[in-house]
Design a protein around this ligand. Structure first.
Ligand SMILES: *Cc1c(COP(=O)(O)O)cnc(C)c1O
Length: 225
């Protein structure tokens, strides 16, 4: 099942890159394992996947312990009191969205003598249920981050509102790309665009995604509780 899903996804990504004229470009596939266990992580590793995403530290822990050498992406809302552990176990945090978290990550990174690789999460649709910076907060936030030498801002991340019609996500993804182009600066090129989930990843790739975060498309729907 997983092998077949992966094949379809790779084909879809290639077709979307093609449609967008993104010749020779690659999209990193982040396998979101929040609804599955270690067995499925193992299966995905056997198929060649190396990037994995989790949105809660607690549920990620057993998988992090079993597979410490994968590239782990923290994709959920990050509470300040979890910053230290997340920093120690994850390669990339997709959800830096406020000053207090940046300050904590800087301090923790100093103490661990490491750097905090981050994407800035934007809430473009303005949905109340979603976290993230508003688009107009981005310039000031980027300025403020200059004081934090341990934080490496590698790009931007967003989630589009769910809709039956993935086309409705397109303006959200396009806006993230525009923000990237408007605000990239020396030392902060904002190269990565983490956007696109099961429902809308082909649209995201057409709009410039460099990473898509896929759970259901890979592992199937979460079993009924
Ligand atoms: C769960 C989750 C995903 C994956 O969602 P699917 O629709 O199952 O592909 C991607 N990004 C974030 C932030 C998530 O929480």
């Amino acid at each position: 099942m997983l092998a077949k899903n992966l094949k379809v996804i790779r084909k879809e990504i290639a077709a979307a890159l093609d449609r967008a004229g993104r010749t020779g470009e690659k999209v990193r596939l982040v396998a979101v394992t929040k609804t599955v266990g270690s067995d499925q992580v193992r299966e995905a590793v056997a198929l060649g996947l190396r990037d994995f995403g989790e949105n809660r530290l607690q549920e990620a822990r057993p998988k992090l312990q079993l597979f410490p050498n994968l590239r782990w992406h923290f994709i959920g809302h990050l509470q300040t009191n979890k910053a230290k552990d997340v920093l120690a176990s994850f390669d990339l945090i997709h959800s830096l969205d406020r000053y207090s978290l940046a300050r904590t990550l800087q301090r923790r990174a100093e103490r661990l003598d490491t750097e905090a690789r981050c994407l800035l999460q934007l809430n473009i649709s303005g949905e109340k249920s979603k976290s993230g910076l508003a688009a107009d907060e981005l310039p000031d936030f980027l300025d403020a981050l200059r004081d934090f030498n341990r934080i490496k801002v590698e790009g931007l991340m967003t989630m589009a509102p769910w809709s039956v019609d993935p086309e409705e996500a397109r303006p959200v993804f396009r806006r993230l790309r525009e923000l990237q182009q408007a605000h990239a600066r020396p030392g902060m090129e904002l190269k990565e665009l983490s956007m696109g989930m099961t429902n809308d990843y082909t649209v995201a790739v057409e709009e410039g995604a460099t990473m898509v975060r896929l759970g259901t498309a890979l592992f199937g729907a979460r079993p009924e509780q």
